[in-house]
Design a protein around this ligand. Structure first.
Ligand code: CTP
Ligand code: MG
Length: 233
């Protein structure tokens, strides 16, 4: 089945502190958004790419982004403004993906090293009885709960069965629109879209992700991504 990619790029990137919205921080000479968009352009299962931009993005920035995306191989990018939270940005992006769209692959621009193969594997995994699929990885390190003020360890969590989750996260458009419509207050907020489907009682599955599909969050992550790009092409 064919999917529309919904790349959320409207965050400010506080933790990265690059001085620009994170999607426009530079990795190996190109913005993170360029790298992510190029992977979707190179995938076989994705036909259209929509990008959610910072809300204040004016006409000039939009034109620049459209050019950047064409250079990345996206012939006709769909652009729309995001919201104050990631979840709002996904909602706004969804409204811009036409009703004719069957599958949506939501991806963080903050994951520039996603590969076309991982995208295609994830889209292909959305088969009955699953309502949502994403790549993930079993936790390799010991996980502890820490009190945020004193950093005192409160307890250790058994990592057996714990996975971290990546993007792209793939859904039927109607499923994703339905769970987003259920969000009533900020207390319903979630940091990913799978959680919304889980809460609604949907069947959610993780497939084996890729270690190199890391999320650029903190300053050192850019160097790590750059080293991976150099080493692995
Ligand atoms: N995002 C978005 N709209 C927001 C917040 C986040 O589109 N209002 C996007 C970001 O652009 C990013 C993805 O969601 O691609 C994951 O969010 P995160 O890594 O938290 O990015 P930021 O919110 O930009 O970073 P920070 O939390 O450090 O400010
Ligand atoms: Mg954030």
């Amino acid at each position: 089945m064919r999917a529309t990619a919904l790349i959320v790029a409207a965050g400010t990137g506080e933790r990265l502190g690059a001085g620009v919205a994170k999607a426009f921080a530079v990795l190996a000479g190109e913005p993170l958004l360029f790298h992510a968009a190029r992977a979707f352009a190179g995938s076989e299962s994705v036909t259209d790419v929509a990008v959610v931009l910072p809300g204040h993005a004016g006409g000039t920035l939009r034109d620049d982004v459209a050019r950047l995306l064409r250079r990345a191989g996206v012939a006709e990018p769909i652009l729309c403004p995001g919201g104050a939270t990631r979840q709002e940005s996904v909602s706004r992006g969804l409204e811009h993906c036409g009703a004719g769209v069957e599958l949506v692959a939501v991806h963080d621009a903050a994951r520039p090293l996603v590969s076309p193969r991982l995208i295609d594997r994830t889209v292909a995994a959305l088969v009955p009885p699953w309502d949502a699929v994403a790549p993930g990885l079993p936790v390799a390190e010991t996980v502890k709960v820490v009190d945020p003020t004193r950093q005192a360890v409160l307890r250790t969590i058994d990592r057996q069965g714990l996975w971290t989750v990546q993007t792209p996260q793939v859904f039927r458009r109607v499923t994703l629109a339905r769970v987003h419509a259920r969000i009533a207050t900020s207390a319903d907020a979630a940091t990913d879209d799978l959680s919304l489907v889980e809460r609604a009682g949907g069947r959610v599955r993780l497939i084996e992700g890729e270690r190199r599909n890391l999320k650029v969050t903190f300053p050192g992550d850019l160097e790590l991504a750059e080293a991976l790009l150099r080493g692995g092409g």
